[in-house]
Design a protein around this ligand. Structure first.
Ligand SMILES: *Cc1c(COP(=O)(O)O)cnc(C)c1O
Length: 365
């Protein structure tokens, strides 16, 4: 088949909104200090790795996984304190859950609404699933603009509102009372995305049944298991019963289930590293604020810090750090409120020290 007839076919059949998207860009793996993706920087100690491999060797790969992931769900329920009476569904990362929630409500004129700057996948997955997308700018200090949010709820009548709590890429948890009023006023579903719950001081999970329209989403990615791809959504059984109809059978592989069960048997390993990350976050914030040229470091309840550098310098800072072997995320250009901003994941103490030293050199050069 000729190239031109193929491109004509693609033009004719691929949805125009998908044609207009570009695929989510992830930098290729490289030998760098990787502080760009909110990963837990601590690998497991050798003896734990051996025990995990032994557990995996028991998994019968010729068999389909437990379709309901019953054992894993029971353990997650206990580990995460899912309220009694709430139901649970697992996804291949919370990204898959966002897609399934969108498919639950998608249709002509249906819209996803979210405060911004926020998590990039909300827009991408909204478009993927055929939904409109509307972003309400955050207030000056990255706080929820409650008045603007409530006006947008009335005007747009969104099918789903996504709110990351704490927010990515700004790191703050929005005012709880304002968020509660937004949930109360929303005409459709509200998904509170608690990807960073482990590093924060508050949660809507205990209240998930207190609102008729609330779902709470979590993931194990940021606490140390990003490679597994495992997220969960909790909510009233009536909502979850509908969502279950969209979940593809066996979406959580047998290896993921076995690995997550193993990790939950050794939770203290993850909990220790989360506590260390929170302690390091404070030191890193102080170190950053002390570097000449760092204009602002925002307070964070997550495992990353967002900071503003000199005007017009974010690209040079990002590539200069890369030349020093440190990879962070350049936020400049992604949103008007993020001009000159960059985001750094909290790493191990020696990684953070290398980052701070390199940043000092780049900014003084
Ligand atoms: C990282 C992140 C996620 C991604 O979760 P996965 O479970 O890895 O798909 C979801 N929401 C927010 C706000 C995030 O920052």
């Amino acid at each position: 088949m000729s190239r031109s007839s193929r491109s004509a076919l693609i033009d004719a059949w691929v949805r125009p909104e998908v044609r207009a998207l570009s695929a989510y860009h992830v930098p290729p793996p490289a030998d760098v200090i990787k502080l760009d993706a909110m990963e837990n920087p601590w690998p497991w100690p050798g003896e734990l790795v051996e025990a995990w491999q032994a557990a995996l060797s028991e998994v019968p790969l010729n068999r389909y996984p437990d379709a309901g992931a019953g054992e894993l769900k029971a353990r997650l329920r206990a580990a995460m304190g899912i309220p009694e009476g709430a139901a649970l569904m697992l996804g291949n990362g919370s990204d898959e859950l966002i897609l399934l929630i969108n498919l639950l409500v998608a249709g002509p004129g249906r819209v996803v609404l979210t405060p911004g700057p926020g998590f990039a996948m909300y827009r991408i997955i909204a478009v993927n699933s055929g939904l409109g997308y509307r972003e309400v700018p955050l207030a000056e200090d990255f706080e929820l603009d409650e008045t603007a949010m409530r006006a947008a709820l009335r005007e747009v009548q969104p099918a789903v509102v996504y709110i990351a709590y704490p927010n990515n890429p700004t790191g703050n948890a929005f005012n709880r009372d304002a968020l509660a009023r937004v949930i109360h006023e929303a005409p459709g579903l509200v998904v509170v995305d608690e990807a960073y719950y482990a590093f924060a001081n508050d949660s809507f999970l205990p209240d998930v049944l207190a609102y008729p329209n609330l779902l709470v989403m979590r993931t194990v990615s940021k606490v140390g298991l990003a490679g597994l791809r495992l997220g969960l959504v909790a909510g009233h059984p009536d909502w979850l019963e509908e969502l279950e109809k969209l979940r593809l059978p066996y979406n959580i592989s047998a290896l993921t289930q076995a690995s997550a069960n193993f990790a939950l048997d050794h939770r203290e390993q993850l909990e220790r590293s989360v506590a260390a990350i929170v302690a390091e976050r404070g030191r890193l914030a102080e170190g950053l604020a002390a570097i000449p040229g760092v204009e602002r470091v925002w307070p964070s309840e997550a495992n990353f810090l967002t900071f503003r550098g000199p005007a017009g310098a974010a690209g040079r800072v990002h590539s200069g750090l890369r030349e020093h072997g440190v990879l962070i995320k350049n936020l400049d250009g992604s949103h008007p409120q993020l001009a000159d901003c960059l985001r750094v994941t909290v790493g191990r103490p020696e990684e953070n020290a290398r980052f701070l030293a390199a940043l000092g050199q780049v900014l003084s050069g």
